[in-house]
Design a protein around this ligand. Sequence first.
Ligand code: PLP
Length: 286
Amino acid sequence: MQIYIDGNFYPKEEAKVSVFDHGFLYGDGVFEGIRGYSGRIFRLGEHLDRLYDSAKTIDLKIPITKEEMTAAIIETCKRNNLKDAYIRPIVSRGVGDLGLDPRKCSKACVVIMAVEWGAMYGDLYEKGLKAITVSVRRNPAEALPPNVKSLNYLNNILAKIEANCKGGDEAIFFDTNGYVSEGSGDNIFVVKNGVIITPPTLNNLRGITRMVAIEIANSLGFSVVERNMGYYDLYCADEVFVTGTAAEVAPITWIDGRDIGTGKPGPVTRQCMEQFKNVVQKEGTQ
Ligand code: PLP
């Protein structure tokens, strides 16, 4: 495995960053999760736009241009001979002292890792995932905005721990106003009476797969509404599904002990899952 660090490639065993990097010390940095399908990178431009926007929000200057980042990502996939890949670019604040001050970090550090990757949830795409609504809240937009994909995922990890403890495959976050936000690593959709509903993106990550799912749903003739929802909307949904780069489109068939709809992946979810497979095979940067 070859890993890109600041312009050079290193074998896995030699790929190292400093313990003084503020990404390690404070989670000070940003990242992306990107997929490759059949040797093509899916929605690379959108992922890089989000990476650079996340960096801008935390005032982190990425030392290479988007074009250079694109070339580095393609080269990383080539060197690792990847067809179906999960690609992880990371930009950390870089080496500083033990204080918080980012001005002491002279240069951001860029790392790109890429591994072969299959279906994250295995047979759960057929059975459906169990989800738990968790007590930990998604960080509000007036704190670190949820649209920043930062290196600090502790909130999401706490959510996952809570879901795991209660027998769930995935966590569902609410925001501090009590509205449904998203999963620990994916966006959420509800289907009710043939209409697809998803929360607006102020209280969750503006998912790229979310956008793809909306495009797919529209192309299948469904209307998609963005509105706030409470737990009533989840429990009484006909269908619930989540979307994410890693999760793709995955059905949720059980929430907090309640079957959702029939307790099996529903027809709208199935159509979106099927069409998603077609879309990812058709598009992509070579
Ligand atoms: N929400 C969170 C918290 C995530 O970490 C992710 C994964 O990136 C998503 C949603 C889904 O976003 P995307 O579809 O861009 O991968």
